[in-house]
Design a protein around this ligand. Sequence first.
Ligand code: LMR
Length: 393
Amino acid sequence: MLTNLQQQPADALLALIKLHNADPRPSKIDLGVGVYRTGQGDTPVFSAIKAAEKILLETQESKAYLGPEGDMGFVEALKPYIFGQHSAPVAAGRIDGMQAPGGTGALRLAFAMAKRAGIQRFWMGTPSWPNHAQIFADLGCELKTFAHNTAEGVADMPALRAAIAAAEPGDAILLHGCCHNPTGIDYTPAEWDEIAQLIPARGLLPILDLAYQGLGQGWEEDAYGVRQVLNAVPEALIAYSCDKNFGLYRDRVGAVYVMMAEATQLPAAMSNGHALARASWSQPPDHGAAAVRVVLEDVGLTRRWLDELDCMRARMRQIREELGRSGKVGGVDLTAIAEQNGLFSIIPFTPEQVQAMRDRHGIYFAGSGRINIAGLTLGNIDTFLAAVKDVTG
Ligand code: LMR
């Protein structure tokens, strides 16, 4: 019977890790999967997290089960950082959350809750993170797409407006809160203001994916869109990831938050999240979330973590500016990269050019032309630019 299982292709993004590792060339460059790298090319554990882990080692007295909601101290401690110190929905008790295994676990839970609530259609701008569509497909959700961005490298607001107008009341729309993956093209504050009005006017449920807070324009700036939407709608789902902004990738640290029109409606909604988690992974992994909680409960560690995040953001901004200053390189124009946010940008390589970058130059990135900005350093950027010129010129 199990021979009915057909061979599946390896996940194209995760496969890049192995392809890069297998390349013996010392000059190779990994611009594939989205992990932050220092100017030396490393992905170190944050020093604030290391300190929190030491505290956990000394003080954690039990590893007994916590329940399907995970570490609620972690879920609560994040709230002011995500929703703001003076969030009206939080003050009204309209937002509750639960821990999830990474941003992917949070998204899966959010989509499954929306489906359970009877939502038939989900709208999403494309290109998007490939796993979004994979999760929708795996859950059997109907997905409708619209263009996220124009060829000029800005958000395609006409396409978004048209999609919202074409959606039926009771549909859901997935939006990236910041650091759009894969394009790096975010909505401007004025565009978010408009989106926050359009969504409730059409009766749509927003699902907000916030996986890179702090890695775009700044901690508060990156939450602007999410907060504007939440202030304008009765209900929302928020999928959150700490994998990038606390550097906890393999520890799988995420959370899903639910906002209801009335605080009294939250227990029923959350009980569905708990039941779905129980039937999927039962309970989320504890360690990474516990370390985040320890950081956020300590003023000094919080300061240290935010400083580390500032350095990461500044380094990526510097690389973006370097690329933007290069302007036209071979057949592609890199100018717009300076204006984009977060770990990713897309360079319009053809599939043959992507392959040539790998074969001729040992430079690995997604087939879509998405590059991980953090994989570039002041030490390898010239090699990268020369390769771009070679394959596109
Ligand atoms: C990425 O897009 O590279 C990251 O979100 C990692 C992943 O799981 O795909």
